[in-house]
Write a protein that binds this ligand. Sequence first.
Ligand SMILES: Cc1cc2nc3c(=O)[nH]c(=O)nc-3n(C[C@H](O)[C@H](O)[C@H](O)COP(=O)(O)OP(=O)(O)OC[C@H]3O[C@@H](n4cnc5c(N)ncnc54)[C@H](O)[C@@H]3O)c2cc1C
Length: 535
Amino acid sequence: MPNKDRDDIQLTGDVVIVGGGLAGLFCALKLAPRPVTVISAAPLGEGASTAWAQGGIAAAVADGDSAEAHAADTVAVGAGLVDETVALGLAREAAARVRDLLHYGVPFDRDLEGKLEVAREAAHSARRIVHVRGDMAGKAIISALIEAVRRTPSIRRIEGYAAEALLTRDGEVVGLQMRRVGDAAATPSTMASRAIVLATGGIGHLYAVTTNPVEASGLGLAIAARAGAVIADPEFVQFHPTAIMVGRDPAPLATEALRGEGAVLINDKGERFMQSRHALAELAPRDIVARGVFSEIAAGHGVLLDATGALGAHFAEKFPTVYASCIAAGIDPARQPIPVAPAAHYHMGGVAVDRHGRTSLKGLWAGGEVSSTGAHGANRLASNSLLEAVVYAARIADDIGGSIVEARVPSPAAPTTVQNSAMPALSETALRAMMTSRVGVIREGDQLAEAVRSFAAIERDASNIALRNMATSALLVATSAWARRESRGAHYRSDYPADQPALAHRTMTTLAAARDIAASLSERAHARPVQPIIA
Ligand SMILES: Cc1cc2nc3c(=O)[nH]c(=O)nc-3n(C[C@H](O)[C@H](O)[C@H](O)COP(=O)(O)OP(=O)(O)OC[C@H]3O[C@@H](n4cnc5c(N)ncnc54)[C@H](O)[C@@H]3O)c2cc1C
């Protein structure tokens, strides 16, 4: 049974994994029978992007495909910033990790000969997306892993608690501080540990328009940055071109696989507009399609995804999740086009890690979307993120298993900040709105500077710890976006629309560097007061 009550929690853990999505649960299973504690802000199966994944996992398992071809596609999409060794490593380990998932009970679709069935997705040169019942990959993966975790006695689960700070001693991470979710006034608990694995997912919910769950608010990224970890490529945020716009937050997703099956993008005049923008039209890299959709909407044309011709009556059977989202909103996608818009979807940046998943801080590893391995560069290739999560979770488990001896864990350190106020809803709304309008699909220097100053003020003044942590992550994204004076991959600057070959390198930054940028921007703007957005 999960431990829900603070008094029941034994406040030490040899290995503590923060996050109960694919990266966290896979790492816990790989570490078994070594005792681990998994802390998850939401009950397992909820509040994790993993559960919502519709496409599947990229793996070169089909006849005629190869790890080299998969790596080459990854590099091509990443706009000059993909670490080629990392990409090849991912592609080569894909088949073994898919076998692990089969072993844990994930029912990947097979063809009549019993071979894994593979689908095509944008910018992949081959059909290589291993999937489950059309668009059910995420649900199937997380359900199988939760079952496997429940069968594994070495895994202790603490659900409904959010990590809000890492505790350090002499630059080494020695524990964490957590608090019951939804109870800002609760006394925080601290947990000492010998090894902490951050697997807290992405930052999409920092944006007002997103496909990510509320738990993907960048809290994991923030606590690592506040502890002094090096953060890589925070400016690179992928916007999914086809979130379904039916007034829901987060917005449901119309998977890329729909376009792989022939669905087309049209404007409100019924015209296809992607053919004139890229040779691959709707199957161009995500950033190009997202900007195409964004520009069409900015020009006053609504955008619709039309699958009536390509799928028609087969829609419900092939894409049951998308179908259900549409029907719930009164749209029959077999007969009507679906209204769509770009939404914050995936963070290529994150806590910088090496090939073992080690961060720059001793005692801290990071895996899954919260990390930045160098595999995605400036733009992620579709369905490479679940792959990265399993490959690095397995490597982290190997590394911890091989390098951290089980021994008595030191007693917990004192909490960093005990006081906490209620989350001011207006401030959260304003922060998210500013991320979408100023740090979104198309960015510009002065607007980014305005966002930086606002986020720095919240980071400094917020008395709610979750809001402060959101502002920390927002500040990292906005300062790096301001500093990168070029357009590359998912990062597009209207004031610097071309890429600059001299800037073809990854960003490595820290919170201290981000605060320095904010301070210099505030000095420059001393004549223009910062718009306060704290309620
Ligand atoms: C709608 C959608 C569809 C997608 N489709 C695909 C796809 O088809 N293929 C693909 O490769 N990728 C896809 N992605 C991306 C992919 O799902 C994610 O990158 C991946 O699942 C991330 O896994 P993770 O384990 O790192 O994080 P998550 O699965 O998001 O799990 C994060 C966990 O951390 C917990 N958490 C967060 N903060 C805290 C905290 N402070 N304290 C404690 N716990 C915390 C959460 O509750 C959750 O349990 C999709 C994403 C979305 C949103």
